[in-house]
Design a protein around this ligand. Structure first.
Ligand code: FES
Length: 158
């Protein structure tokens, strides 16, 4: 018996997700996303529970989630900040802004603030290069970043 239990609401969502796919394993990413959003982490017990839903091993679940940067095996903060470090953002000063953000949050890149509010990571191209430098916080994209804009964005988050 896995130490992770889906809520009744999640069970209903999983039933709806599974109905969309001819093969259970095809629902892997939606289930990983469901758990990541709810728990902010995909624990080993959650891998077991997801594997049970999809008739596959936890090792297979782990092999899939480890490919994607949006899934985490360490619990992330309420707000996951992903700074693009690819070429257009590089040319527009992302390194300086990333360091500015790290200094402002008093953490290093890859860390979470002690209050578990923010986690800061680098990310590859966010596919909005015309608005470089870019960052994504959870599901929202922010472009044309400056130090002042970063201050305003972070202060706007509860
Ligand atoms: S290089 Fe940063 S969004 Fe594409």
């Amino acid at each position: 018996m896995a130490g992770f239990t889906f809520s009744d609401k999640q069970e209903g969502e999983i039933t709806r997700i599974l109905a969309k796919y001819p093969f259970k394993k095809s629902a892997m990413l939606p289930l990983l996303t469901l758990v990541q959003r709810a728990e902010r982490v995909i624990s080993p017990d959650a891998m077991v529970a997801i594997g049970q839903k999809l008739d596959c091993s936890p090792a297979y679940v782990q092999s899939v989630l480890s490919f994607y940067t949006m899934y985490h095996t360490d619990k992330v903060g309420q707000y996951m900040i992903l700074f693009c470090i690819n070429i257009s953002c590089q040319l527009n000063g992302c390194d300086k802004l990333l360091q500015y953000t790290a200094d402002k949050l008093k953490i290093k890149v890859g860390e979470t603030t002690p209050d578990k509010k923010f986690t800061l990571h680098r990310e590859e191209c966010l596919a909005d290069c015309t608005n470089a430098p870019m960052m994504r916080i959870n599901d929202t994209y922010y472009g044309n970043l400056t130090e002042k804009r970063i201050d305003q964005i972070l202060e706007s988050l509860d």
